[in-house]
Ligand binder design. Structure first.
Ligand SMILES: NC(=O)c1ccc[n+]([C@@H]2O[C@H](COP(=O)([O-])OP(=O)(O)OC[C@H]3O[C@@H](n4cnc5c(N)ncnc54)[C@H](O)[C@@H]3O)[C@@H](O)[C@H]2O)c1
Length: 510
């Protein structure tokens, strides 16, 4: 299996060829001018297409017009558009509350709320109003495109066209073809996305497509680990930002996406996969029920205006430190250079056990097990500090201060397999391998989707190469042994590659 191989949206069932194979899209309709629709209308208009924006009622239509004027106005203020360009863009968009005005559109994209009954009703109407050759696209994030297509008499002309927020800025578009989509149509829509200046990734109709399918389980797991008391909210956020290089920590991102939306997407994933990891974390349900939806409601995991938790800045009082584990010599030298006295573990006031696996076994072998903490250096900025059930609060505090002094962000956590960063990162990488292995998307498409859709500095396969397949495989085994979570078991392909001594999964692709 190589790059671009396989798809769940196979063409074997596609029997009808579209009427406009030339695939010229000149007039488009956008239904729903909310957060996404207004942005999508702007994207089309910027690319020179004539756009008809449709809203449910005159008040919503005015709001939609306001979104577009506001967004292009900001672009003008920032010098990204001239006054003339802005006028041209706005001049290409007409506004209406009548679906009948879409009769001549070559393509209509739907961006109304994520409720299946609304989408079904709309697609039934669009099917009646639009010319037979028109392509009907949905911007749904998580609903079945196949089920939406099935409400029309033209399932062959229905695709998903999943833009990201904010649509004018985000380059990724996931083009979704179903088993009934006409051969070649997804390619035409992908060409259109390129014409809009976007980077399309074409995939089959699976819940969450590429980005949400890989992103939400990671965010959900962060919530589960928070509930389990592995580490604190801000510590997990800092660990993933500074340790994994993600642009935002999981809780900041959950608040941005909206906890209700995140909950719903997890539900949809769970319904399709029955994977326990996709079942929304109970804390998500609780926060949503309490009305804490994230930024949109003012507070979610974070409360607006909350005081930042004071970081303990006290100077560590440990006169003597011991370092154990791989890399102990080098790290001792570093501490010594910073003025700490390095001694044997038996007499040390603080024992740092360099490790990425639980350290309680080492603690119990010492005369003072309460003085030992696990220490995992992640990248060049983060230090995870694992307290065992025996660690004294004093030792943990001293370790915290010491790591700050040598310029690392301390991430206090419990003594669990792979601590924080790797416990969140490895299952995500494993999911990406499984996704590729199942033939859903190519390595390049998955990497591209995660970089452009989430702003990650590297795609999961690039990250795998950097960390080493064996390291990740072994980490997953440790996670599986600790949590007994079936989907933490290394993907068979990952296991086989390591066994075969293959260094990069890319070496498989032709
Ligand atoms: N918000 C995001 O970050 C995001 C990202 C990608 C995809 N999506 C998807 O895009 C779609 C829209 O999401 P949103 O966040 O823009 O929602 P939104 O609530 O901001 O906007 C929806 C708009 O649709 C209008 N509307 C409702 N019923 C209508 C009808 N029958 N005809 C015409 N207009 C109607 C509403 O008045 C509203 O303005 C959803 O399917 C969502 O899953 C959202």
């Amino acid at each position: 299996m190589g790059a671009g191989a396989g798809s769940s949206g196979g063409s074997a069932f596609s029997v009808r060829w579209g009427e406009s194979m030339a695939g010229t899209f000149e007039t488009v309709g956008v239904v729903g001018l909310g957060t996404m629709g207004a942005g999508i209308a702007e994207v089309f208009a910027r690319a020179g297409l004539a756009v008809t924006g449709v809203e449910a009622d005159p008040a919503a239509l005015e709001r939609g017009r306001g979104h577009l004027e506001g967004s292009t106005g900001r672009a003008l203020a920032r010098g990204k558009l001239t006054e003339a360009e802005r006028a041209e863009i706005l001049g290409r968009v007409s506004f209406t509350t009548s679906l009948e005005d879409l009769a001549d559109a070559d393509l209509v994209i739907e961006a109304i709320p994520e409720v299946m009954d609304y989408k079904r009703a709309l697609f039934t109407d669009l099917d009646r109003v639009c010319k037979p050759s028109a392509v009907l696209a949905t911007n749904t994030s998580s609903l079945s495109v196949t089920a939406i297509a099935a409400t029309t008499t033209r399932p062959g002309r229905v695709v998903g066209m999943h833009f990201f927020n904010p649509a004018p800025v985000m380059r990724l578009v996931e083009v979704v073809r179903t088993v009934t989509t006409d051969d070649g149509l997804a390619g035409e829509v992908a060409d259109l996305a390129r014409r809009l200046g976007k980077t399309p990734v074409t995939v089959g109709d699976r819940a969450g497509f590429v980005v949400n399918r890989l992103l939400l389980p990671y965010l959900n797991q962060a919530a589960v680990l928070l509930e389990n008391g592995l580490a604190g909210r801000d510590d997990i956020d800092a660990a993933m930002r500074l340790g994994a290089g993600f642009p935002m920590g999981p809780f900041a991102l959950l608040d941005l996406i909206g906890l209700d939306t995140s909950y719903e997407i997890c539900e949809v994933l769970f319904r399709e996969t029955r994977d326990r990891r996709h079942a929304p974390a109970p804390i998500l349900r609780e926060l949503v029920t309490a009305g804490r939806l994230g930024r949109k409601s003012g507070e979610g995991f974070h409360r607006a205006e909350e005081p930042r938790s004071p970081s303990p800045h006290e100077k560590p009082s440990a006169a003597s430190v011991a370092v154990l584990g791989e890399g102990a010599e080098e790290f001792s030298a570093r501490l010594s250079g910073a003025g700490f006295k390095i001694v044997d573990p038996e007499g040390a006031e603080l024992v740092l056990a360099l490790s990425h696996t639980p350290v309680v076994e080492r603690a119990v072998r010492l005369p003072h097990p309460d003085r030992l903490v696990g220490l995992h250096l992640v990248g060049d900025q983060v230090a995870e500090i694992a307290s065992t059930v025996l660690t004294s609060p004093d030792a943990a505090r001293v370790a915290h201060g010491l790591l700050r002094i040598i310029g690392r962000t301390p991430v206090p956590c419990r003594d669990r397999a792979e601590f924080v960063v790797d416990a969140l990162l490895y299952p995500y990488l494993n999911d990406a391998v499984r996704m590729y292995e199942s033939g859903y998307a190519s390595i390049e498409d998955i990497d591209t989707a995660m970089k452009l859709g989430c702003g990650y500095p590297a795609g999961p396969f690039e990250t795998l190469d950097r960390l080493g397949l064996e390291t990740v495989r072994d980490g997953l085994r440790a996670l599986y042994a600790e949590y007994r979570e079936p989907s933490f078991a290394p993907a068979p392909l990952l296991d086989q590659l390591v066994t075969a001594g293959v260094r990069s999964i890319r070496d498989l692709a032709p």
